[in-house]
Write a protein that binds this ligand. Structure first.
Ligand code: HEM
Length: 490
């Protein structure tokens, strides 16, 4: 391995422990480490994770090979060990033939036709969100928007992916949002400390053992409770005459020919995976979008103008699936948020056979590959002036000639995210509902520019101290603003 990778730059390793000491940083320093590695060594960086070679592949040309190669479709055990303990064996963690069986079974029930139906649920839940945001807009106080968007995301994902209603789960939902937040940090914490693969050592040495156990129990209990409730309901429905009801992913899955492909245990792990995949990422994506709007008032105005064109003066009407294609600039702003703050900032693969890269360098068999969209998305060759927040990058004309693997918030290739269309439709509905009604303003004591926002390491991206904003109710007609807010960014 040393010989084959001699031409790949990286920090000098110590004997046996490699670069592990450098990686043992507090979670809010992990991003600074990669920043500095990237500016020192470029877009292909060799690191030693103890005895394991881990190569960060950040250039789109190389990523195209990595993400499409059949010999690179498996997830590395050591890094995903923490994820497995929390989520079990679902799509995010499985490999090989089990993975293929699960993916085929699940994707048949996640089609666009069912997604169109979900928009009504997204919209209905936004009413509940508005009811919680209205008092905050009335006082103009600073608050953490992640909390409210997290509650909305957990309700929505429960309803659309799992059960038509989630009665009795309200109290648990609050707790679940907290657990999702913690789970992301705990999974990365354990993934970066390979010696904690040994449970006894983790229990003995880690101050985070209790917190990790609470995350595992919380995730399992919540998914178990939803599945049990759903199974009971389905038996009840089977006994009653059929009625026209809105189908959820789980309804569709359980009544399809694929239902017998997974055991109850396997389905439970998939539900934990879908819940975590759906709630955590949606919450972070929508939260970071609100922050991007607060710090880029010019962009926010353009989004609001477009929304005014779609809704006219009727800003309270239901948002329909047919409205979404008209929100083209909003879609560009959402994509620019995903570029700037990809909610899943790191994922990995293991190399099963030597893979030559377009640069002439080789990824040797047995090494791990780290994929970090945050840095790929800030590569100046593909995104000039990368620290500028500019939705125009994503107009069809400006995207046409961009490398297809330069923008990978949902990964790409055969192991891409199965929820990407869901995530975009959901975020569009929430963004439209909030921005047609309120101006989102920055926290006067918070960062002034997006590049100064303090990020915290986790397998999803979050902001240290939460995302604080203020809201102001918009005038009923046109873009009336009592007091012009300060304009940052654009
Ligand atoms: C903005 C929101 C989202 C982002 C940025 C995102 C991003 C990603 C990324 C980068 C991966 C690849 C991870 C890896 O290779 O380890 C992934 C996989 C996955 N995502 Fe998402 N995701 C989002 C929303 C969702 C939603 C809403 C769902 C489900 C309702 C979902 C379910 C999944 C699943 C099941 C996988 C595993 C796919 C496989 O390996 O076959 N995601 N996601």
């Amino acid at each position: 391995m040393h010989r084959i990778t001699a031409d790949i730059p990286g920090p000098a390793p110590y004997p046996l422990i490699g670069n592990l000491l450098q990686m043992l940083l507090p979670m809010d320093r992990v991003y600074h480490l990669v920043d500095s590695l990237c500016s020192q060594f470029g877009y292909l960086i060799k690191t030693w994770y103890g005895p394991i070679l881990a190569i960060m592949v950040l250039d789109p040309e190389d990523l195209q090979v990595v993400l499409t190669s059949p010999t690179l479709a498996s997830k590395p055990d050591v890094f995903y060990d923490g994820v497995k303990r929390v989520l079990g064996m679902g799509l995010i963690t499985l490999n090989g033939s089990d993975y293929k069986r699960h993916r085929k079974a699940i994707t048949t029930s996640m089609h666009l036709d069912i997604l169109q139906d979900f928009v009504a649920t997204f919209g209905t839940n936004c009413r509940e969100l508005e009811a919680r945001l209205d008092p905050l807009a009335a006082t103009g106080e600073v608050f953490d928007v992640a909390h409210h968007l997290g509650l909305n995301a957990s309700l929505t994902v429960c309803q659309t992916v799992l059960a038509a209603e989630a009665p009795g789960l309200d109290a648990e939902r609050d707790e679940y949002v907290e657990i999702v937040h913690d789970a992301s940090k705990m999974m990365l914490y354990r993934g970066l400390r390979p010696w904690f693969r040994w449970e006894a050592l983790f229990k003995l040495l880690s101050p985070e053992y209790g917190r990790f156990q609470r995350v595992v129990a919380g995730m399992t209990n919540f998914a178990n409770r939803v599945l049990t409730q759903k199974m009971q309901k389905l038996q009840h429905i089977a006994a009653a005459p059929p009625t026209k009801r809105r189908q959820t992913f789980l309804d569709k899955f359980l009544s399809s020919s694929e239902a017998n492909v997974l055991t109850r245990g396997e389905l439970l792990d998939e539900l934990k995976t879908l819940l975590f995949g759906g709630v955590g990422t949606s919450m972070d994506f929508q939260t970071l979008f609100m922050l991007s709007m607060a710090l880029n008032q010019g962009v926010q105005r353009k989004v609001q103008q477009e929304l005014d064109d779609v809704f006219g003066s009727d800003r309270g009407r239901d948002i329909l699936a047919t409205d979404l294609p008209h929100m083209k600039y909003l879609e560009c702003a959402l994509k620019e948020t995903l570029r700037f703050f990809p909610p899943v900032p790191v994922f990995g693969r293991i190399v099963l056979q030597d893979v030559p890269l377009p640069s002439g360098k080789v990824l040797p068999e047995g090494c791990y590959v780290g994929i970090l969209p945050l840095w790929t998305h800030r590569h100046p060759k593909y995104f000039p002036d990368p620290e500028r927040f500019d939705p125009e990058r994503f107009t069809p004309e400006n995207s046409r000639d961009r490398h297809p693997f330069a923008f990978i918030p949902f990964s790409a290739g055969p192991r891409n995210c199965i929820g990407q269309r869901y995530a975009l439709m959901f975020a569009k509905t929430v963004a439209a509902s909030v921005l047609r009604r309120y101006d989102v303003l920055p926290d006067p004591d918070g960062p002034r520019r997006l590049v100064d926002v303090p990020l915290v390491g986790g397998i999803s991206l979050s902001v240290k101290g939460g995302v604080k904003v203020r809201l102001r109710r918009r005038g009923l007609h046109g873009l009336e603003h009592a007091e012009e807010p300060p304009v940052y960014g654009l």
